[in-house]
Design a protein around this ligand. Structure first.
Ligand SMILES: [Zn+2]
Length: 326
């Protein structure tokens, strides 16, 4: 199980996630209460392996130790809302979650749905003529590729904002503004790898419960669902004009991301063992596992959450592929 990479998301320092504590954010009391309540109850707040355990008891269903947290000098790590009395119990719980994520839905959001081609959609809207579309299609064909929207913009048939509006219509999602994008606040939303691999930029959090996620070409409902489960917020996907997307993307990648380990495991059991060892070492006050396409994403909260938006120094990520599936 080689460690492919280990670093502060290609930026930042290891000390970042072990130090600093920023100012209290809105809803701190509520979030802390929720975190403590989940930790104490030994229940899991997310789907799949939910079970109700007695307060303070080991959350592993097969545990026979009978230890409670009162008797054992061990209050963390907490994984998916539950405490485990030993590394073995923790590894068993993690393995069950790895299996759950691998078995879980076959990405229904990404199933192919017939969509009207972008050029025809723009013609239908009356934004371009048939001749303009034909010219762009010819150029795309003879110049070996490129996106139809790019050719239409290049040939002066339409503006970039029209292309973005058309993409929004095509994918039934809104066009999002990137004005006042708080790059610094958004850096801990997800690992930097996801920004690059899935072409997504977190744009802003509204209140404590709504995250806007911007895309340049097409929304990614699998990533959106993973973020909803991981962060406990609603995620709204939307299209962003190409030039705005690039600007936000560049700004975001300039920021320090949370510490991340990228690993490859040969199977579910070795992946679970590796994750359990990291949990055991870091003693997070909460941690969760979700799948994003072919990757497993484990996030550790090293301090109690202060709000829905993760803090840069308070979280650590592990992204794992199994059997070279990335
Ligand atoms: Zn146990």
């Amino acid at each position: 199980m080689p460690l492919l990479a280990s670093g502060p998301g290609s930026a930042g320092k290891r000390a970042d996630w072990a130090a600093q504590r920023s100012e209290p954010a809105e809803g701190r009391g509520r979030m802390e209460f929720a975190a403590h309540a989940a930790a104490l109850s030994g229940t899991s707040p997310i789907g799949g392996g939910e079970r109700v355990a007695l307060p303070g008891r080991c959350a592993h269903p097969g545990c026979r130790s009978g230890w409670t947290r009162l008797w054992k000098n061990r209050t963390t790590p907490i994984f998916e809302g539950g405490w485990a009395c030993s590394l073995n119990c923790l590894a068993a719980r993690v393995e069950a979650s790895v299996w759950r994520e691998r078995q879980g839905g076959k990405e229904p959001g990404m199933r192919h749905r017939p969509r009207i081609p972008l050029g025809l959609l723009m013609m239908e809207q009356g934004w371009i003529t048939q001749a303009q579309l034909r010219r762009a299609l010819d150029a795309q064909k003879t110049r070996s590729g490129g996106r139809i929207g790019e050719w239409l913009v290049r040939q002066g048939a339409i503006t970039e904002s029209h292309v973005t509006r058309a993409l929004g219509l095509q994918w039934s999602c809104p066009v999002l503004s990137t004005e006042t994008h708080p790059a610094g606040n958004m850096r801990a939303v997800m690992p930097r790898l996801f920004v690059d691999a899935f072409g997504a930029v977190p744009l802003r959090m509204v209140g404590e419960g709504l995250l806007y996620l911007g895309f340049e070409q097409r929304p990614d409902p699998v990533l959106a669902l993973a973020l909803e489960r991981m962060l406990g917020v609603r995620v709204e996907c939307g299209m962003v004009p190409e030039s705005d997307f690039r600007a936000v993307h560049a700004r975001l990648l300039d920021a320090d991301f949370p510490m991340v380990d990228l690993v490859e495991a040969v199977g579910e059991a070795p992946a679970a063992k590796l994750m359990a060892r990291i949990l055991e070492k870091e003693h997070p006050v909460e941690s969760r596992l979700v799948r994003v396409h072919d990757l497993l994403w484990l996030r550790l909260w090293l301090r109690p959450r202060l709000g829905a938006l993760p803090e840069q120094g308070a979280v650590r990520d592990l992204v794992c592929s199994i059997g070279g599936s990335w």
